[in-house]
Design a protein around this ligand. Structure first.
Ligand SMILES: CC(C)(COP(=O)(O)OP(=O)(O)OC[C@H]1O[C@@H](n2cnc3c(N)ncnc32)[C@H](O)[C@@H]1OP(=O)(O)O)[C@@H](O)C(=O)NCCC(=O)NCCS
Length: 159
């Protein structure tokens, strides 16, 4: 896999993840899923952050073997606190292959070592056991729970 910035041409491929209610169930407050014809608007928002925060934002995940866009991952300021949050989602047919663990590990390393960010957080719905397993495997530790993106969330910190 590698990450690159989104372009509006990615909308059809990205909809395979962003328009899937199963993938989107625990993203944001649970209402962020969008019909395929609106996914270009999500990408346009990401493109604004490439300008306002050139080191941060959400990037497309590209599978090197098939050259397909298989999800998104990124670092962005958490709205409520300004802390840097790691976020990620994958198309369902790419779950269970260890990809998220590899991605989150690489993003944490990049944030700390290349961007000089002191601490990265992840906020996760307590029912999202997959995602909790991922952040634990990446060495994130549990902090104080709270309400983030309008939902009761666990918070994980690195370091
Ligand atoms: C969360 C997500 C990115 C994980 O991707 P993934 O590539 O399947 O994750 P990995 O394969 O790296 O690891 C998943 C781990 O969860 C574990 N897991 C899966 N289902 C589980 C369950 N019900 N209970 C506990 N652990 C579970 C897997 O066993 C695996 O751990 P292991 O490698 O030790 O066996 C993917 O499920 C996804 O896109 N979900 C929807 C979007 C989302 O919720 N994003 C995170 C928001 S905080």
């Amino acid at each position: 896999m590698y990450l690159r910035r989104f372009s509006l041409d990615d909308a059809v491929a990205y909809a395979k993840a962003y328009s899937d209610v199963t993938v989107m169930k625990f993203i944001g407050d649970g209402t962020w899923v969008r019909p395929a014809e609106e996914v270009h608007e999500v990408i346009a928002e990401y493109q604004k952050t490439y300008v306002s925060h050139p080191d941060l934002g959400y990037w497309a995940i590209i599978d090197r073997d098939s050259d397909q866009l298989i999800g998104d991952a990124g670092l962005s300021p958490l709205i409520q606190t300004g802390e840097i949050e790691v976020g990620y989602l994958l198309r369902k047919d790419f779950w269970g292959k260890g990809l998220a663990t590899e991605l989150v590990g690489a993003l944490l390393k990049h944030a700390i070592e290349s961007l000089g960010i002191a601490q990265v957080v992840a906020v996760i719905d307590p029912r999202n056991l997959n995602s909790i397993a991922v952040v634990k495997k990446c060495g994130m530790r549990e902090g104080e729970p709270g309400v983030y993106h309008n939902r009761d969330s666990l918070k994980y910190l690195f370091p």
